[in-house]
Design a protein around this ligand. Sequence first.
Ligand SMILES: Cc1cc2nc3c(=O)[nH]c(=O)nc-3n(C[C@H](O)[C@H](O)[C@H](O)COP(=O)(O)OP(=O)(O)OC[C@H]3O[C@@H](n4cnc5c(N)ncnc54)[C@H](O)[C@@H]3O)c2cc1C
Length: 380
Amino acid sequence: MQANPIWPVEKRRPPLERDLKVDVLVIGGGMAGVSCARSLMRAGREVALIERDELGGPATGASSGVLYYGSGTNYLEAVKLFGQQNADSLWLETARVIQEIKDTARDCKIDCGIRSCGSIMVAQNDGQLADVEEEHAGLQKLGLPTRLLSPDALKTSYPLVEFAGGIAFDAVGQVHPARLASAMAEHEGIPVYEKTPSEGWEESADKVMVKTPKARIECTNLVVATNLEPFLGLETHFDTEGSVILASAPTPRVKEAFPEEKILWTMEEKYDIVYPRGDRLILELYQLGDEDEKLRRYFPGIEFVTDQIWGENWSKPRDWIPIAGMVSKRTAVAKGMGDQGIIMSWLSGKKMPGILEGKSDWFTRLTSPQRFFPGGVMPQ
Ligand SMILES: Cc1cc2nc3c(=O)[nH]c(=O)nc-3n(C[C@H](O)[C@H](O)[C@H](O)COP(=O)(O)OP(=O)(O)OC[C@H]3O[C@@H](n4cnc5c(N)ncnc54)[C@H](O)[C@@H]3O)c2cc1C
């Protein structure tokens, strides 16, 4: 089942029908799994990927694909939560990842709707404006390309609504993540088996045996990138959240709302996003309930005829940092990518070859599942 009815993945792959022996098996064909498989292949490992349903998985398929810095919160909040050095490293590294994704899509001529549109975080009142100014000052100090926008300047990008001010993030981009994941798998030649759920595995001293409905897979390492279950003893450290997207029917009035085609998002923890995609207007919310009021608020004077609604869940660790690391001698996870899951999946995938080799750096120390178990003993 494709999560996103408007930008689906067309390429399909056959299921696994006979036993397989491979160096690394990745379970899960969302952005996290594909990113891990891609990096592992590039590091010279022999890889296969199995996906329960279709590549470009539930959350990745539903995603708005906004490519923004960091991990699920504003920079100043991240400094408080993760410490100055980790927050700085995360923001600078994710700035590089945004560029890498844009370059990958361009160099590989991948048809994934990539656009370097830029985005704006808006302050809806004077209280939020003070936070916006502080956030901007922090990002400037870090050397990231941001601009403070007055209410008048904001109107150039979004004339429909008066905001108290905002920050323009000119480097932010957007992609159809499922299409990117599918095209990357194709470009890299990753062997992918769809309609092939893992039914569990057994790890022994020298290998892992994974069971699927029609075949068994033997591998030296296993990477579990299933977003939700199995949680492998980590379930008390996750929340399951979700988002819903409302897409309007095609309308000639898109330019009136978005003359510069920017993405706008509000600065609350559970933010709203509005943006144009082709000839459609889009509203993304954390949940349904007040969508009619929000459509009136964000699109006054424009009739928003809802054509499609879709949504999905993702898992988000309670400390807002994804989980990428070993859970046993031969098994790693790449999970809990949260609401900035496209960037975090890419980055976790990049680190996976090193993780399997036992290498460590600031990111793997931050994302290691061991952080939840101070004694270092994972529940099995
Ligand atoms: C509506 C919406 C909007 C979003 N907007 C953004 C955004 O703008 N920017 C951003 O960065 N992030 C956004 N996100 C979050 C982001 O999309 C997710 O965090 C990210 O896609 C998670 O990727 P994943 O690979 O971990 O999970 P998924 O994409 O869910 O992939 C996991 C895969 O594992 C498979 N699987 C599960 N169990 C098994 C099994 N037993 N055997 C085999 N396969 C299995 C599933 O079928 C699935 O395909 C959004 C999410 C949603 C839902």
